[in-house]
Design a protein around this ligand. Structure first.
Ligand SMILES: [Mn+2]
Length: 301
């Protein structure tokens, strides 16, 4: 008969990001709080990102804890995985408030927050909470789409308006963009919003100008459709073109060299729309963001 509670003699896999044992995943001792947000209620094309957080957590069991690029054992940072935020069925406005309140509570505890989406609207409440803790915050918004509509399908808090709401809180730079409507194109021009449009020649000179507008404290928001759909088909709204894996990671590495990554989210994984490799890719991106946020030895303090 198994005893109650953990017992080293039974090989039980801890259900948390990286499957960490208690001493590396307890809330009190962890520097990072990973918050699953299984929410896709404003999705307009294909839903399914509500299954993203679970798929990333399960895939993370297979990741190597040691990051040889940073010469760092990521598990030693201490990563606590919280319970999932329950979707608010009164609509995306109340859901935004709920996310802001949960993220704010963990920020008050001094944690670095990583959200697992869920659709991209979850970024709004998270950025609102982060600005209160980091008044000098700026946002690096990686997405195939501009998400700058003032409202869409009757709500200003949906996935198509996430960058617009973030822009109202703090400076924002968009990167990897390759699709937008005219309203968004006009808004970018009228407000001089820095955009690095996806370029098949990779990180060209215009990328550096995006980096310039980022403040010392950066929130990184990733819609996985910023990646090439050949690599990441498991997204609700795939767009041709897009970044390769090493381009995305080296871009984040460049940011971490000169800025402090204070929080992040990884959104829009719809695991049923692609092969299992997509969930591993998404989980590895979360892991790299944890490493860049908390483990970069060259990071400015
Ligand atoms: Mn997108």
């Amino acid at each position: 008969m198994p005893k109650d509670g953990p017992d080293a003699s039974y090989p039980l896999i801890p259900h948390n990001f990286l499957a960490l044992p208690h001493d590396q995943s307890a809330l009190e001792s962890s520097r990072v709080a990973i918050i699953p947000v299984p929410y896709d209620s404003t999705t307009s094309f294909r839903s399914g990102s509500r299954d993203g957080p679970e798929a990333m957590i399960t895939a993370s069991y297979g990741l190597e804890d040691y990051d040889f690029e940073l010469e760092l054992d990521v598990s030693e940072i201490g990563i606590h995985t919280t319970g999932a935020i329950e979707p608010h069925m009164a609509g995306p406005g109340p859901m935004t408030e709920r996310i802001k309140s949960v993220v704010g509570d963990y920020l008050t505890m001094g944690k670095t927050i990583g959200l697992l989406g869920g659709e991209h609207s979850i970024t709004i409440g998270s950025v609102q909470a982060h600005v209160e803790t980091y008044p000098d915050l700026s946002v690096l918004y990686l997405d195939a789409h501009a998400d700058l509509r003032n409202e869409y399908m009757g709500t200003p808090y949906g996935h198509a308006s996430a960058a617009r709401r973030a822009y109202e809180c703090c400076p924002i730079a968009l990167a990897g963009i390759r699709s937008m409507c005219q309203e968004e194109h006009d808004f970018i021009r009228e407000n001089n919003i820095p955009v690095w449009y996806w370029d098949p020649n990779s990180l060209n000179s215009s990328w550096e100008s995006i980096l310039d507008i980022l403040s010392g404290s950066v929130y990184v928001s990733v819609d996985l459709d910023v990646l090439d759909p050949a690599l990441m088909p498991a997204v609700g709204t795939p767009e041709p073109g897009g970044l390769a894996w090493h381009q995305l990671v080296s871009l984040l590495g460049k940011v971490a060299e000169s800025r402090r990554i204070v929080g992040f989210d990884v959104c829009e994984l719809a695991p049923a729309d692609g092969p299992p490799a997509c969930s591993y890719t998404a989980a590895k991106l979360v892991y790299k963001l944890v490493a860049y946020a908390c483990g970069n030895k060259n990071q400015p303090s």
